[in-house]
Design a protein. Structure first.
Length: 471
């Protein structure tokens, strides 16, 4: 009996060690199966209270509203600046047209002055010829009374010859008088034409001076308003950037806290799952040990004999087609593009350029203060040169003057002229450019810039339409 009792004691001690071993193995397996469960938790970020989170959310909503308002104000300021730039370009085109008319009047005055000088020279020549005729007639006696020859002539034949000469002299006298009268009339007409040309030139000069004064005033006003708007825009942009940065900071802090919180919840879930697996493994080990002990006890009670089946143990798992008339051809359109491309990179010159090539611009206040020293083109000067046509140096006039066919944007061909208007009408056209193909134009944008290639829809706002020259 002691031996048996001793054996049972040994077996019970062994079973306890088995149970402890299996429990420890189950716990280790559970811990190894839990990813990150053994990692040391990172220090938690500041955990705002519910009131702090609510206030941060309210601040975030307020900042989002401010961001929207600031963005709207910035868009309005940019639209106003664009409108000022369009008005300046329109004023520039009017000044360029006035200068062209003044140049035409000056050319007409010079031609009239030349005609007057020529008429004056003709009058002097006619007067000299007439005076010479009177002198010769008096010296040769051709102006004497015809009857006096009967008293002095000894030869009748000589008298007849003298009569013929006298008839010739009278005819020459009439021709000289007619020439003198004609020259006098021509001089009078030339004087009238010269005076009329001079009057037109003076009127054109006054118009040009008025246009230039208007352009200077417009540029000065636009520069002042543009500077003020740009300053306001810079302040608004800075406020917008600050609001965005603050909003981004709050969002980032909130996201970091949510990420930390989610990670802590994941770790807690993994720990709970590992503990549950360890408890299940320990329970299974205890149940297996109990079954083994019961089987051994039953066997011992039966005298140790018999061939009954053994009981196994183990963890329990828990289971529009263009017109045909006109002089336009595709070759001419491409030729116009090629002519304009020769001046790619040349400077913009206020009111500069003609159909014959670049010219010096005009100095006016604002961005064009130095343009009288700049040799190049403005927008309508470049299109005149590209097509080699003496159109008006005025984009609004060129829209109808250059051609009668106005293609849509999906019908554009190289050489077509494109226009931008500040108010959606022809009179508001302030800028023109030349289409070169592939959605691009060549243009002379503004003072301080150069002739450049630009995508059609990046030129300016207010696209108005197109004209196909020579149609």
């Amino acid at each position: 009996m002691r031996t048996i009792s001793g054996g049972q004691g040994v077996r019970r001690g062994h079973a306890g060690r088995v149970i402890a071993f299996l429990a420890s193995v189950g716990a280790c397996a559970a811990l190894l199966a839990a990813p990150g469960a053994t990692a040391t938790p990172s220090s938690p970020p500041p955990n705002p209270s519910d009131q702090q989170i609510s206030q941060a959310q309210q601040d975030k909503d307020n900042l989002a509203s401010q961001v929207g308002q600031l963005a709207s104000q910035i868009a309005d300021l940019q639209a106003r600046i664009t409108g000022l730039r369009n008005n300046v370009q329109l004023t520039e085109q009017k000044a360029a047209l006035a200068l062209q008319r003044l140049q035409d009047a000056q050319a007409a005055t010079a031609a009239a002055s030349n005609a007057l000088r020529k008429a004056q020279d003709n009058l002097v020549a006619a007067q000299t010829a007439f005076d010479q005729f009177l002198s010769d007639s008096y010296t040769n006696g051709a102006m004497q009374v015809p009857g006096s020859g009967l008293l002095t002539s000894a030869d009748p034949n000589a008298l007849l010859q003298r009569g013929d000469y006298q008839q010739y002299a009278m005819q020459s006298q009439a021709e000289a008088i007619d020439a003198l009268n004609q020259a006098t009339l021509e001089r009078s007409n030339a004087q009238a034409a010269a005076q009329q040309a001079q009057n037109k030139q003076q009127a054109a000069k006054r118009a040009a001076d008025a246009a230039m004064s208007a352009a200077k005033r417009a540029l000065t006003q636009a520069k002042s308003q543009s500077d003020a708007l740009n300053a306001t825009l810079a302040n608004k942009q800075q406020a917008l950037d600050d609001a965005k940065n603050r909003l981004a900071t709050l969002n980032d802090q909130h996201d970091q806290y949510l990420a930390w919180k989610a990670e802590q919840e994941r770790i807690a879930r993994e720990k709970a799952a590992a503990a549950a697996r360890a408890a299940a493994a320990a329970k299974a080990a205890r149940e297996a040990a109990a079954r083994a002990a019961a089987a051994r006890a039953k066997q011992n009670q039966g005298g140790g004999s018999g061939g009954g089946s053994s009981v196994g143990g183990g963890p329990i798992s828990n289971p529009s087609p263009p017109p045909s008339s006109g002089g336009w051809t595709a070759a001419k359109g491409q030729a116009a593009v090629n002519r304009a491309m020769q001046y790619l990179g040349w400077p913009y010159a206020f009111a500069g350029g003609t159909s014959r090539g670049p010219t010096y611009g005009v100095c006016v206040s604002g961005d064009a203060w130095n343009d009288c020293h700049v040799y190049g083109f403005d927008c309508s000067g470049l299109t005149m040169y590209a097509w080699g046509m003496p159109w008006a140096h005025y984009a609004a006039t060129q829209y109808s003057q250059a051609g009668s066919y106005h293609p849509s944007t999906n019908q554009l061909l190289p050489g077509d002229l494109l226009y931008w208007s500040s108010n959606g009408t022809v009179s508001g056209i302030h800028h023109t450019a030349l289409y070169i193909g592939n959605g691009n134009v060549i243009q002379a944008p503004q003072s301080g810039s150069v002739i450049q290639i630009t995508p059609l829809w990046s030129v300016d706002s207010g696209f108005f339409g197109a004209t196909r020259p020579l149609t």
